[in-house]
Design a protein around this ligand. Structure first.
Ligand code: GLA
Length: 433
């Protein structure tokens, strides 16, 4: 939203019109509104995600919006530990919008409602740590955060951004014990701030804070792909959003949005171990998505080597959702130590696409066969397109089954709007990896 528009639109009107209001590059929707071949599996995944693999965890926004408090977050941390997600590698419990209503004391220190957060934010960070997990928190680069401009499930919160308080706030987050901070851009965008220099100042403040506390804090840049963060964010952050939100307050999950965000995140040259394009938090397991949609969604994030921040309610998830989110082979593809982003290598027919990701080792690829069309179709992965040669073993990852050994290519039928996730392992390759 431009400053002029903001001045002309009283907040109440802005909120009433929230469905129609458009910020530059940020458009929310209305509130409420086989034969047995050579057995070749990806290496067994161990839940020892290093600091350099893409962050895995859970974040509060997609399910709870701003309606969060100590008990909500505690219950999710408990569920992450007890459900098997922690053992599968999920480690961050990220508190998104809604924990802070923009209040400060006379010294400028952030104050929170201790009725909702007994013991303040340090207490919830301590609790998360007591479960063997890591804690994440959230603010905005500008003066007023997204909770001022958009429907979030709470009254509009002016002042809910860190502008003018970068050193003070990030030091406080680190002192409270947080290991991760997502910094949004609603205020920055509305004020017309320069994203690169703003996030550099934030990154520098985090470096100073960490030097003081001895606690590293990952920075998640959230400016929705505005001002091309893939060009500058890799040097100053762990991850950077590349697109609009995958789901807005009051919406149901949409596969179109999954595909749009997957496409927008394609900046393979920007990605390396420790620095990741972020197509947004997952909507796997949220009401409205089928198991097949959940698998397709997770396949796309895994082939991208994207951060895996679950967004569903972990306390009520079905066994099926839990099984999908904890699939070790899928996670191993996502967390491959090379940190590569898979790219499109073939599209023989419009909408029938092949994506390939180079995995650590020799001749190892993860492959997604993606059918964007409305009818089932055969998709072929050719070894020459994958940079492989000779005979290769193919494994259907979600089926947990080896498909056999094939020379030169593998073809399978992919249902409409779904993806098949494979690993292909050849004894030799024609390109690096
Ligand atoms: C923006 C971000 C979302 C979420 C909301 C909270 O829209 O892109 O991920 O943090 O703000 O208001």
């Amino acid at each position: 939203m431009h400053v002029l528009t903001r001045m002309l639109l009283p907040l109440t009107l802005a909120l009433a019109l929230a469905g129609a209001v458009t910020m530059t590059g940020h458009t929310p929707s209305p509130a409420g509104a086989a034969d047995a071949g050579t057995t070749t599996q990806v290496a067994p995944f161990e839940a020892t995600a290093s600091a350099t693999t893409a962050p895995m965890g859970w974040a509060s926004w997609n399910t709870f919006a701003a309606k969060i408090n100590y008990n909500v977050i505690k219950a999710q941390a408990d569920a992450m530990a007890s459900s098997g997600l922690k053992d599968a590698g999920y480690q961050y419990v990220n508190i998104d919008e809604g924990w802070w209503q923009g209040t400060r004391d006379s010294s400028g220190n952030i104050t929170v409602d201790t009725g909702e957060w007994p013991g303040g934010m340090q207490a919830i960070a301590d609790y998360i740590h007591s479960k063997g997990l890591k804690a994440g928190i959230y603010t905005d680069a500008g003066r007023d955060g997204c909770g001022y401009y958009y429907p979030t499930g709470r009254p509009a919160a002016p002042g809910s951004g860190s502008e003018g308080h970068y050193d003070q706030d990030f030091l406080k987050f680190s002192q409270w014990g947080f290991d991760f901070v997502k910094v949004d851009w609603c205020g920055g965008n509305a004020e017309g701030l320069d994203a690169r220099s703003s996030y550099q100042a934030i990154s520098d403040a985090i470096t100073r804070a960490s030097a003081q506390t001895g606690r590293p804090m990952a920075l998640s840049v959230c400016n929705w792909g505005n001002q091309s963060p893939w060009d500058w964010a890799p040097g100053m952050s762990t991850m950077w959003r590349t697109s609009q939100d995958i789901i807005y307050y009051g919406e149901s999950p949409s596969m179109d949005r999954v595909l749009t965000n997957f496409d927008s995140a394609q900046h393979p040259g920007a990605q390396s171990p420790g620095h990741y394009n972020d197509p947004d938090m997952l909507i796997v397991g949220m009401p409205g998505f089928s198991a097949a949609q959940n698998r397709t969604h997770l396949s796309l994030w895994a082939i991208s080597g994207a951060p895996l921040l679950a967004g569903n309610d972990l306390t009520t998830m079905s066994a099926e959702t839990r099984t999908i989110l904890t699939n070790r082979e899928v996670i191993a593809i996502d967390q491959d130590p090379l940190g590569k982003q898979g790219t499109k290598v073939a599209e023989d027919h419009s909408g029938l696409q092949v994506y390939s990701k180079v995995l650590d080792g020799t001749g190892r690829r993860a492959v997604v066969l993606l059918n964007r069309t409305g009818s089932a179709g055969n998709i072929t992965a050719r070894w020459s397109d994958l940079g492989l040669s000779g005979t290769a073993a193919v494994r259907n990852v979600w089926a947990g089954a080896d498909a056999g050994s094939f020379t030169s290519s593998y073809t399978t039928n992919v249902p409409a709007h779904e993806a098949v996730l494979l690993t292909v392992t050849a004894s030799s390759s024609t390109q690096a990896g």
